[in-house]
Design a protein around this ligand. Sequence first.
Ligand code: SER
Length: 646
Amino acid sequence: MSASDIRQKFLDFFGSRGHAIVPSASLVPENDPTTLFTGSGMQPLIPYLLGQAHPEGKRIANSQKCFRAEDIDEVGDNRHTTFFEMLGNWSFGDYWKQEQLPWLFEFLTKEIGLDPERLYVTVFSGGEGIGEDAESIAIWKKIFAEEKIPVEYAKMGSEEAGALRGMKRNERIFGYEKKNWWSRAGAPEKMPAGEPGGPDSEVFYEFTSVEHKPEFGMHCHPNCDCGRFLEIGNSVFMEYKKKEDGSFEKLAQRNVDFGGGLERITAASNDDPDIFEIDVFEPFRQIFIGEQESVRSARIIADHLRAATFLLADGVRPSNKGAGYVLRRIIRRAMIHSQKSTIKENLLALPKDILLRLLKEVIRIYGSAYKELPENQNAILVAFEQEMDKFNLTLQRGLREFDQRFPGMQAQDLKSGESYEPFVVGQKVGKGAFDLYQSFGIPREEIKELLENRLYVFDEYEFEDEFKKHQNLSRTASAGTFKGGLADHSEKVIRLHTAHHLLLKALQIVLGPHVKQRGSNITGERLRMDFSHDAKMTDGQKAEVERIVNEKIAEDLPVIRSEMPLEEAEKLGAEHEFGQKYPARVSVYSVGPKTATQKDPQFAKAFSIEFCGGPHVANTGKIGKFKFGKEEASSAGVRRVRGTLE
Ligand code: SER
């Protein structure tokens, strides 16, 4: 069955059971500053789960476009994608388990034709003061018994316990604790106050062609990652809300939130565990699979190009921050993977027309279900092509930088016995390689090869260390408030970022307290800040601002990160960008005084305090010398300044 057949059947099935069919919301959430993308079907529907009346009634069904950036690194196996369609049916305080589970079973077995023998289900085994989901267990027992399938319940608890215990004959229904609780934040203890969630019941399809592998655990069970069991749908019984004291209270209404990955259901209908074998990826298979040495690369290209097409259609454009940055990463990664041989010879001549053709195929395949694709075809293709051109330039710069940083002969020169630079031979390079990876996007394998051609030794451990440091920094950034505007987390950018905080304060000292940040953007070369002020700055003012920033750098003040509730940060008078919204808990960076420590940040004596996700240098002394750059009008009442480091 094709994905679009299944999508249509699902909407028809629930449509004929009283559900209004609603269009997918955008991949870019509206009025939700806490996430960059719509990553589940429930996200755009939260107000209705919390009790607001949905204009279309209490029963709706849809196919929601979803994008999960956090899965980027998983893409490449046979079942993970960043973009996917989530089939959803919803009861806003209307029907409950008794309707939901039999309907779902009927849809999967009668409409899609899945063999009931291959379906296994899981339910909430109890926890957090909420009991085992006995009601769902009883309903599932009845459903399987009617199919004459032996059915017994087994309580697993955790995944680890499941792997130790395995599955016994006749067992169909399995109870897990955390795995069978759903909220946007994950497990119950991770949920912030006010967040809705609840026990859920998942359906798994068994691919009997996949053998369990012991590296995934002693025994196989529905939540084992070996690939034999694939989750194809999740009915969340969303009836709880987290309270301030960490316990749960009932929501005003009982909701059903069903979500099923369309690509996965399609794969199950083909009885083929590889979701890249479903019809929508056909154009990619024609071009890459077989030709490409690596199936992994082909899957990454297929996933990333499809995702990029949908993101572009929803108005995201490649940039250095937020959603745009993620889009840039996936486009560039797809380009890199579309290269079959080494960077040096081929990367600068990308098969541009092939990638553009694939984008057109995505638009054609999805055009009737998602009109925004054909409607924006030109804009999508133009933006994609521009990004490809830009990346090629960046790579050229990166390769030049590589030549400068790592001079030396080529291996072939050495063989010819002519030139020899012994100090280079065997020299280890780790951090330097990471900088190139980080600033120019030259892939790790390519850097390794380039280095080895020049007889350096690629220091994998040091590279890995830097990589992890960077990952931690980015996690910090997304866990705290989203500062935005950072090109990356290279050393130069981080130094400029701290200088940016000093600059804002210096501007307030020199021009007055009306100065508020209105925008920021930092690249490896310079910082840029927009701020409210309605007159051109005089040369004297500029010189004074520059002097203050350099004075604070010379004082080598500690830079300290603290986390606190939003109101507390507001009370401290922490600076924030106009128009930004913040979550209930925020991260704040303070600079100075000299004696401040992590334990005792001495906010009252700090030179500057800002809402910020970081990262920053540990001490201002690391910044270097600051130079005030160009100053100009940005818009009415807003000035724009630039600054660099020497
Ligand atoms: N909210 C659940 C999920 O995303 C079901 O739709 O898995």
